[in-house]
Write a protein that binds this ligand. Structure first.
Ligand code: ADP
Ligand code: ZN
Ligand code: ZN
Length: 747
């Protein structure tokens, strides 16, 4: 018997299907979807490979090698997932290897004993001193120390995962005597106990709700649909979409099926997860990004064995090996976190659609502000549109939104970060014991250091992006941090470019907003939620719960606070610096701006307190603010879809991107030109309506000491881009430079 296999560590040169002989002793055990060990290449190095299919004979002209052994008897992928793997490879122009890394947890091949490397501070006082004295040279090291000050000790793999860092900053800390690394054993019982405690903590009694008419109709439509079908649940914030998902899930479970329930980001939606868990205790597995490799592997195994019927997770859970899957739910389907922008640039929405279609099951997307592509599909009958027009809690109405012209405020001598209207509304709300949320859009609003003599912004020497000033980070003073590579330097006294002493701070950072708030509302308790306050495990949950329990009056934060939290006591929402979303150089800027404004507005007035929203802008005439003010998604859509059609943007055409990086700027530019020329030839040969723009330096022209060039490709469909990009990768395999491609580029 012959097995067709693909290598787990495949690169483009080896991204092929190879024939291997199945030896006598494995004939009984070999299965499609198993991981096996095979000798590969001249040196017959052992490699892990996946069995794609089995056949009797091979057409190969060369002498075949034999499979050496099985990694595990149980297949790592079932037939449905093998289809998914092939889809990912074709669709995203990636190697089998990168698709496998996405779909199979790393521990499947690396499981050894249960001994773990544990990291702890050698002396907390010494760590604090080091933090104060600026002796620690990178943000990664600083975060690790801070984290350990919080939790005492942690496994090495946990730290690396939680902070998304490599091992080297920890090793540096160990070398400098700040932390200890030792090996310990953790028993299975201990792990099980930990899980149980978590379950108990999160369990609350679900409230009894009777669905309203609109909700009941939506549930009925989905439950009664036969076979494969796609739905869009379009309902304003607070209209009870989650309740609809829960009821449908109940029905599916009753009929013996399983449900995959995707949410944008688990750490940002602890309330939703707790709510789902409370309805289905012991039948649910949660997958999230802040899990350790071991936790992820355990959950994956549990799901694969069919021990749970509901899988809740973020983006990557779309690949979970759910048994007897009958429905995929994508909550907040418009959310950009469903799109991966790391190595494999997939969209969970896209994968979910393929998976549901292939398996002949139902797909339910939901949002108050659907993506333009999705709403277009619903309007044109590709999916069924289910609408919830009203807020679910009786009496709760949509908030009143006001646009405030900040230029006028300045002209009339108000230099404060708060407009008079917002200030007054906040005072009123606080005096009545209500809560306030303030959102500052992060992009373009960080604080930077600027030289007033030579007019340069201080930039990261490695990345060429402006460095961000942190005035109060970790109790130390005035640090400049590069948010792309993590470099930290003390804020200089003189300009590094012209040595002038006239340095100024530019921009309103979130910390500055906090300072203003504390100054103007001295009696209010203020909580801040941004990257800096949420780097440790459980931080989001803590802040959200504190605010929900009314332990603070005002929550200031970045986009993070806009996501689906339910705070019944919030009556005033202020959006500061709304314009910066619109200034992004992306055709989706208007869509994002509308979504952000509508979502954050939706946080106001969810309970019995009516809500008021203030959007502060310097360009109040922008059409988008008028749509946001009336919260009229359909009007926004009508205008947006015309604009997209005129300019041939998605959903009318696909827009892909290619990124070429190199240490040397000249080499980078030359290679990018070569790639662009290859694409142009390809387009001519294919006779395709494909347009190649560029190359030109990317939006961030230099990152971590590598120069970056981009090429934009427009084509009729994503499929054409996939095919083109695959051919491109194949023709440059072995050239020694890396090309990353994206069939749905975002900037
Ligand atoms: P969405 O997901 O659309 O934002 P939720 O499902 O979170 O809305 O519902 C908003 C609030 O309304 C929640 O507090 C929820 O418990 C409540 N709710 C939902 N449906 C009903 C209903 N039929 N009757 C009463 N309250 C409801
Ligand atoms: Zn200068
Ligand atoms: Zn940098």
């Amino acid at each position: 018997m012959i097995a067709e296999i693909v290598l787990r560590e495949s690169i483009w040169q080896t991204n092929k299907i190879f024939d291997y002989v199945v030896p006598e002793e494995l004939l009984e055990k070999i299965r499609v979807g198993q991981y096996v060990r095979v000798p590969f290449g001249k040196g017959n190095r052992p490699n892990v490979a996946l069995v794609l299919s089995l056949k009797e004979t091979s057409d190969s002209k060369v002498k075949l090698k034999s499979i050496e052994s099985l990694v595990e008897e149980e297949p790592v992928l079932n037939s449905e997932q093998l289809e998914l793997l092939k889809f990912v490879v074709k669709r995203y122009a990636c190697t089998y290897g990168s698709a496998m890394h996405q779909m199979v947890p790393a521990l499947v091949t690396k499981r050894t004993g249960r001994s773990q490397l544990m990291v702890s501070l050698s002396d907390p006082e010494k760590a604090k001193e080091a933090l104060e004295s600026e002796a620690v040279g990178s943000i990664q090291q600083i975060r690790a120390l801070e984290w350990l000050l919080d939790v005492d000790e942690m496994t090495l793999s946990d730290i690396m995962q939680e902070l998304s860092i490599s091992r080297s900053p920890i090793d540096t800390l160990a070398k400098n005597g700040l932390v200890n690394i030792r090996s310990v054993r953790i028993s299975a019982e201990e792990l099980a106990e930990k899980e149980k405690r978590k379950e108990e903590l999160e369990l609350v009694t679900p409230p009894e709700v009777t669905l309203n008419e609109e909700q009941a109709l939506a549930v009925k439509e989905v439950v009664e649909a036969k076979g494969k079908q796609e739905f869009l649940l379009f309902g304003v914030t607070g209209s009870g979409k989650t309740e609809v998902y829960l009821q449908i899930t109940k029905q599916i479970l009753k009929e013996g099926g399983s449900v995959l329930y995707l949410v944008p980001e688990i750490s940002l939606t602890p309330q939703t997860v707790a709510r789902i868990r409370s309805h289905f205790p012991n039948r649910i597995a949660v997958l999230h990004s802040r899990m350790t490799a071991k936790e992820r592997y355990d959950s994956w195994k549990m799901i694969q064995k069919g021990e749970v019927q509901i899988v809740v997770g973020a983006r990557s859970a779309v690949f979970a090996p759910v048994q007897n899957l009958k429905l995929i739910i994508l909550d907040e389907e418009h959310d950009s976190s469903y799109k991966a922008d790391t190595l494999l640039r997939y969209s969970a929405r896209d994968v979910a659609r393929f998976r549901a279609g292939r398996a002949g099951i139902k797909l339910l997307l939901g949002s108050a502000t659907p993506s333009v592509e999705t709403f277009y599909a619903a309007k044109h009958g590709y999916m069924k549109l289910l609408t919830l027009k009203n807020r679910a809690v009786s009496g709760a109405v949509l908030p009143h939104v006001e646009i405030v012209d900040m230029q006028k405020e300045r002209d009339t001598h108000n230099q404060s970060i708060f407009s008079r209207k917002l200030y007054t509304a906040m005072k009123e709300a606080l005096s009545k014991g209500e809560q306030v949320m303030l959102l500052l859009n992060r992009r373009g609003f960080s604080q930077n250091v600027y030289c007033t003599s030579c007019r340069s912004m201080i930039r990261c020497p490695d990345c060429d992006v402006p460095m961000t000033l942190h005035t109060k980070t970790m109790g130390r003073h005035k640090l400049l941090i590069c948010h792309y590579c993590g470099k930290v330097i003390p804020s200089p006294q003189t300009c590094p470019y012209c040595t002038s002493e006239y340095l100024a701070v530019r921009g309103d950072g979130i910390q500055k907003l906090e300072d203003w708030t504390l100054q103007d509302f001295p009696d209010a308790k203020v909580l801040r939620m941004d990257q800096d306050t949420t780097s440790y495990r459980g931080a989001h949950e803590k802040i959200i719960n504190q605010f929900k329990n009314h332990e603070a009056d005002i929550l200031v934060g970045t986009q993070m606070i806009a996501k689906g939290h339910d705070f019944p006591k919030v009556s005033v929402v202020g959006i500061l610096g709304a314009d910066s979303v619109l200034w992004q150089s992306d055709y989706r800027a208007r869509e994002r701006a509308f979504q952000l404004l509508a979502q954050i507005s939706g946080r106001a007035g969810r309970g019995d307190v009516p809500g008021r929203v203030f959007i502060q802008t310097v360009s109040p005439d922008q059409e988008i603010y008028a749509y946001a003010a009336t919260q009229d998604y359909e009007k926004f859509f009508e205008s947006e879809i015309k604009y997209r059609e005129q300019l041939s943007y998605p959903p009318f055409k696909a827009i892909g991107g290619i990124l070429i990086t190199h240490e040397d700027e000249q080499a980078c530019s030359v290679q990018a030109t070569m790639v662009a020329n290859t694409l142009r030839e390809m387009a001519v040969n294919l006779g395709d309506d494909m347009m190649i723009l560029g190359p030109c330096p990317a939006g961030i022209p230099k990152l971590m000491n590598r120069y970056r060039y981009q090429i934009v490709v427009r084509a009729k469909t994503k499929g054409l881009l996939s095919d083109g990009f695959t051919k491109l990768q194949q023709s440059y395999a072995g050239y020694g430079f890396s090309i990353s491609t994206d069939i749905d580029a975002m900037w």
